[in-house]
Write a protein that binds this ligand. Structure first.
Ligand code: UTP
Length: 291
């Protein structure tokens, strides 16, 4: 089953980042020199996928505009001879083909995936959260597609988290069948401390088969009154196999203030022009803190 499309849900309200996100979608907040969503889209493209289904809501049109052709801007840059900037702007508008689907109410990530059924139909697809960054040598989505090619069943990306953070994630229990690949036996959304025997947390990357839509139909509102994708996956794994994959790379929750700061520092340190000078700045800053 070939994977041609990526679903990127961006319809959430971003309440953890208010007031910054009152008008600006959190996926458009800048990490160093580009919006978070651009890193996500570049990862998807680097993994061989060109068709993106955005799950949007009112107030999110800046995201679609960012990937659209801008006649005025391109004409202006061309007339001014600003060719490097023109190249950058053209690159963004040619990255992907976008189809947008509206989620009329933010009823949860599971619901956001459900509304894509008419455009995905009977295909396997990838879901990448619009605020979850993964910095890695091999794009995380590409790593997951390699696992999907082998197991031919849904794959969720997981990472180990400290015990005191388990209650913030969907947690996977399962048996390791090859290095870093687990056959999932149970999924629990935001478990109470001490109720699970694993620290493998689901992060914002999934390869799904169309059977997930039927499972979403059977999913009742869960934690926070939302339709949780984790709960639908727990229904799925009762009917067929489901795998979890511990990806290679570092993940940042850019929808959270602290995660956003960590992402900014890490991406700045790795930036080809800013990395050196920023590192010296940080080292001086730390020396000053010690004094
Ligand atoms: P989050 O829970 O991080 O997003 O969902 P949120 O609800 O916007 O954030 P807070 O908690 O209020 O700060 C992860 C991703 O799923 C999307 C969000 O836009 C985000 O990219 N999402 C979430 C939807 O598209 N629809 C929803 O109903 C919920």
């Amino acid at each position: 089953m070939q994977v041609r499309k990526a679903v990127i849900p961006v319809a959430g309200l971003g309440t953890r980042f208010l007031p910054a996100t009152k008008v600006i979608p959190k996926e458009m907040l800048t990490v160093v020199d580009r919006p978070t969503i651009q890193y996500i889209v570049e990862e998807v493209v680097a993994s061989g996928i060109k068709e993106v289904v955005l799950v949007t809501a009112s107030g999110k049109s800046a995201i679609e505009d960012h990937f659209d052709y801008s006649f005025e801007l391109e004409t202006f840059l061309s007339q001014k001879g600003k060719l490097d900037l023109l190249k950058e702007v053209r690159h963004i508008s040619r990255l992907i083909e976008v189809v947008s689907v509206r989620q009329k109410e933010p009823l949860g990530l599971g619901h956001a995936v459900k509304v894509t059924e008419p455009v995905i139909g009977d295909e396997a697809f990838v879901v990448v959260l619009g605020d979850d960054l993964v910095e890695s040598e091999v794009p995380c989505v590409f790593q997951m597609l390699k696992v999907f090619e082998r197991v031919k069943e849904a794959v969720v990306a997981v990472q180990q988290v400290p015990a005191n953070e388990i209650h913030r994630y969907g947690i996977v229990e399962g048996e390791e069948v090859e290095k870093g690949v687990y056959r999932v036996e149970r999924l629990i959304e935001k478990p109470e401390p001490g109720t699970v025997r694993s620290n493998l947390a689901v992060i914002g990357r999934y390869v799904l088969r169309p059977e997930i839509y039927g499972c979403l139909d059977r999913t009742l509102p869960g934690v926070g009154g939302e339709i949780q994708l984790t709960d639908a996956l727990d229904i799925l794994r009762r009917d067929r196999e489901l795998y979890a994959y511990e990806f290679q790379g570092r993940r940042f929750d850019a929808g959270d203030k602290f995660g956003y700061l960590q992402a900014t520092v890490n991406y700045a340190l790795d930036h080809p022009e800013l990395g050196g000078i920023f590192k010296r700045y940080l080292m001086d800053l730390v020396k000053g803190l010690d004094a």
